[in-house]
Design a protein around this ligand. Structure first.
Ligand code: 3PG
Ligand code: MG
Length: 399
C-alpha cells in the first residue's frame, strides 16, 4: 500500500503534538440499558492509541455512533464509549460534550502530553455526512483545527465519503493507523491470489445489499455458500415456496441468473428452521428447503445444510465469511450461525470474518477469536473492498 502509516508518523516524533485519530467506535448498545454489548471495535483501535500515548502525543479521538440525523441525540452519545475506552487504556479519557464546539475546544486545549480526549459523536453535525462538498469541507476545517496530524484507524467507515474520513486528511498530514493497515493487508490477500479452494459464506438479510459483492466474487471463488435471510430469495428463484420468510420479490430473477451463471459454485440451504412467528419462543421445526409451510417463516438454516456447508469449509484453504446464517440473537435460531462459525474456526485455512454482525456473532456465541485468521471490524467496508471499489477513506490517505 502506497500509504504512510503510524510508524512513519512515530518516526517523525509526536511528543507534544496533537494527533487527531478517526476511529470507528460504532459499537452495539443494549436498547434497554444503553450498555455496550460488544466492545470489539474499541479494543481494535487500542494498538494505535497506546502507541500514540506512549510516544507522548496529545491524542484527540473522534468517531460516529449509530445514525443520528445531524443534530445531538442523547441515545447516540459516545459518553459510555469514553468510559469503556478509559478502562481498556487504563487511563482517563477526557470526554468533550460536543464535537467542534466550546467543550471540544477546551478539552483539547487542556490535554497534556500522553493524554487522550474523545469528541462527541461526529454525526451530531450535519457537515459530517453531507453530500455537499462545501458543507462537509466547512466541518472538516473545524475538526482539522484539533490536530497537527491525522490518523485514520476507522476501517469500518473507510467506505463513507464523510468529512472526518475523506476531507480531514486533505487538510492535515495523514497516515493509516495500525488497524486500517492490518485490515487492508488481510483483505488484499483475498483479492490477490488466495490459496485454493477459496470458499465464501454470505448471510445477512438482504440480497440487494450483497448483490455487488456476489457479482464480484463469483468469478474468483470456488464455492459460495448462501444462508441468512437472503437465502429465501434464492430458494424462491429455485422454484420453492418460502412461506412468510424474508423475500425480495424484485430480486428473484437476478438470483435465478446468478445461480445459473455460477456453474454450480453457489450452495443453497437444503433445510431450514421454520417458525410460526419472528419470536424467541415461537413454535418451530426443521423442514426441507422445498417444503416450507405457507404460514411459517424461515429463521435459520437447518442441520443438514450446516453439515453440507461444514464439509465445503473443511476443504477450504481460504475462507471469507460475512453475515449470520439465522437470527442468532434468539437461541432457538442460533445453531446455523454457530455451526458455520465452528466450521470456519476448525478449517485448516486462512479465514477472515467480515463485518460488524458476524464478528459480534463470533463473540456473542463465545467462540475463540484466535481460531480465526482475522476478524474484520468492517462490514460494509470489507464487502466494498472485496468488490474492488475505491474506498474514499483509503483514497484520501493515498493522496
Ligand atoms: C458500520 O457499523 O458499518 C460502520 O460503523 C459504518 O456505519 P454506517 O453504516 O452507519 O456508515
Ligand atoms: Mg453499516
Amino acid at each position: 500500500m502506497s500509504i504512510r502509516n503510524l510508524d512513519d508518523l512515530l518516526a517523525e516524533g509526536v511528543s507534544g503534538r496533537r494527533v487527531l485519530v478517526r476511529a470507528d467506535l460504532n459499537v452495539p448498545l443494549d436498547k434497554q440499558t444503553g450498555e455496550i454489548t460488544d466492545d470489539g471495535r474499541i479494543r481494535a483501535v487500542l494498538p494505535t492509541l497506546s502507541a500514540l500515548v506512549s510516544a507522548g502525543a496529545k491524542v484527540v479521538v473522534c468517531s460516529h455512533l449509530g445514525r443520528p440525523k445531524g443534530a445531538p441525540d442523547p441515545q447516540f452519545s459516545l459518553r459510555p464509549v469514553a468510559g469503556r475506552l478509559g478502562e481498556l487504556l487504563d487511563a482517563p479519557v477526557h470526554f468533550a460534550e460536543d464535537t467542534v464546539g466550546d467543550s471540544a475546544r477546551s478539552t483539547v486545549d487542556a490535554l497534556a502530553d500522553g493524554q487522550v480526549a474523545l469528541l462527541e459523536n461526529l454525526r451530531f453535525n450535519k457537515g459530517e455526512t453531507s453530500k455537499d462538498d462545501a458543507e462537509r469541507g466547512a466541518f472538516a476545517d473545524q475538526l482539522a483545527t484539533f490536530g497537527d496530524a491525522y490518523v485514520d484507524d476507522a476501517f469500518g467507515a473507510v467506505h463513507r465519503k464523510h468529512a472526518s474520513v475523506y476531507d480531514v486528511p486533505a487538510r492535515l498530514p495523514h497516515v493509516a493507523g495500525r488497524l486500517v493497515l492490518r485490515e487492508v493487508e488481510v483483505l488484499s490477500k483475498l483479492t490477490g491470489q488466495p490459496e485454493r479452494p477459496y470458499v465464501v459464506v454470505l448471510g445477512g438479510s438482504k440480497v440487494s445489499d450483497k448483490l455487488a459483492v456476489i457479482e464480484a466474487l463469483l468469478p474468483t471463488v470456488d464455492r459460495l455458500l448462501i444462508g441468512g435471510g437472503m437465502c429465501f430469495t434464492f430458494l424462491k428463484a429455485q422454484g420453492h415456496e418460502v412461506g412468510t420468510s424474508l423475500l425480495e420479490k424484485e430480486m428473484v430473477e437476478t438470483c435465478g441468473n446468478l445461480i445459473e451463471r455460477s456453474g454450480g459454485k453457489i450452495m443453497l440451504p437444503v433445510d431450514v428452521v421454520a417458525a410460526d412467528a419472528f419470536a424467541p419462543d415461537a413454535a418451530h421445526d426443521t423442514v426441507p428447503a422445498d417444503g416450507i409451510p405457507s404460514h411459517r417463516v424461515g429463521l435459520d438454516i437447518g442441520p443438514e445444510t450446516v453439515a453440507g456447508f461444514a464439509a465445503a469449509l473443511s476443504q477450504a484453504k481460504t475462507i471469507f465469511w460475512n453475515g449470520p446464517m439465522g437470527v442468532f440473537e434468539m437461541p432457538a435460531f442460533a445453531a446455523g450461525t454457530r455451526g458455520v462459525a465452528e466450521a470456519v474456526a476448525k478449517a485448516d485455512a486462512f479465514s477472515v470474518v467480515g463485518g460488524g454482525d458476524s464478528a459480534a456473532a463470533v463473540r456473542a456465541l463465545g467462540l475463540d477469536e484466535s481460531s480465526f485468521g482475522h476478524i474484520s471490524t468492517g462490514g460494509g467496508a470489507s464487502l466494498e473492498y472485496l468488490e474492488g471499489k475505491t474506498l474514499p477513506g483509503i483514497a484520501a490517505l493515498e493522496k
